[in-house]
Design a protein around this ligand. Structure first.
Ligand SMILES: Nc1ncnc2c1ncn2[C@@H]1O[C@H](COP(=O)(O)OP(=O)(O)OP(=O)(O)O)[C@@H](O)[C@H]1O
Length: 249
């Protein structure tokens, strides 16, 4: 089933036409990878889905983004939208507080105060993020005491704690070593059973390994979008073929 859809989506940063007529249908409970050379609009596109571009000055957006059939710019308030569509960034960005408080942060903001309830959310979110066993004995320690890979899984746990439906990840492993990267990839494969995942990646092997669908962006256009196996084996567009075979980008 389609969970997110865009219709003729255009985005301008001032004069710069950064997204051009993007039409895409994202399937729920699957991993969708967005690939393409630097500056082609992947992160910009990702940010339109939970309105993170609202924070940037001089942005003009035309066209529609629907989440579960509702226009995200008209029919959903932005706090609810960002709860349902969580985001993980390139560099792990835990808050300067304990591991526990990082995960409890979102639920607290949404009004949960009871310690037992928070304890349960923290434990289950850390378990879902495959981090519990590594941190259960030091929950009160600073999040900065964790390794980069653990911090990134903590950031994923923090998103999971508010029970999202979609998780957006913008190059989540590009700052991590290969072992931490593999752990995140395994985690995403587990999470897709219950969540819709959209990941921007520069790493084509990663896209091929973990995603079910792939979109190829070039100069603000979505050149091709299809099952990952099709994009990598029998792309329809010459530009996609050139990119995935390493002829440019
Ligand atoms: N905050 C911003 N203000 C103005 N222009 C921006 C902003 N963010 C991105 N752009 C411009 O929009 C275009 C697309 O950038 P975007 O970051 O979305 O590309 P990308 O494909 O994610 O690149 P990368 O792979 O390098 O992260 C580029 O021309 C970029 O300079």
């Amino acid at each position: 089933m389609v969970i997110i859809e865009t219709n003729d989506l255009n985005l301008y940063y001032g004069e710069n036409h950064a997204l051009k007529n993007i039409n895409i249908k994202i399937n729920e409970k699957a991993i969708t990878a967005l690939i393409g050379p630097s500056g082609c609009g992947k992160s910009t596109f990702l940010r339109t889905l939970n309105r993170m571009n609202d924070l940037i000055e001089n942005v003009k957006i035309e066209g529609k983004v629907y989440f579960e059939g509702k226009d995200v710019y008209k029919e959903i308030d932005v706090i609810t939208l960002r709860k349902k569509i969580g985001m993980v960034f390139q560099k792990p960005n835990p808050f300067p507080m304990s591991i526990y408080d990082n995960v409890a942060y979102g639920p607290r903001i949404h009004g949960i105060k009871k310690k037992e309830v928070l304890d349960e959310i923290v434990e289950s979110s850390l378990k879902k993020a495959y981090l519990w066993d590594e941190v259960k004995d030091r929950l009160k320690k600073s999040a900065f005491s964790l390794s980069g890979g653990q911090q990134q899984r903590l950031c994923i746990a923090r998103v999971l704690a508010v029970e999202p439906e979609v998780i957006l990840l913008d190059e989540p492993t590009s700052a991590l070593d290969p072992i931490s990267t593999l752990k995140i990839e395994e985690l995403l494969e587990q999470l897709k059973k219950n969540y819709t995942i959209i990941i921007v990646t520069h790493n084509m092997q990663q896209a091929a390994r973990i995603s079910d669908f792939t979109g190829f962006f070039l100069n603000g256009e979505l050149v091709e979008f299809d099952k990952t196996i099709t994009i990598f084996n029998t792309p329809r567009d010459k530009r996609t073929e050139d990119y995935i075979t390493g002829r440019f980008g």
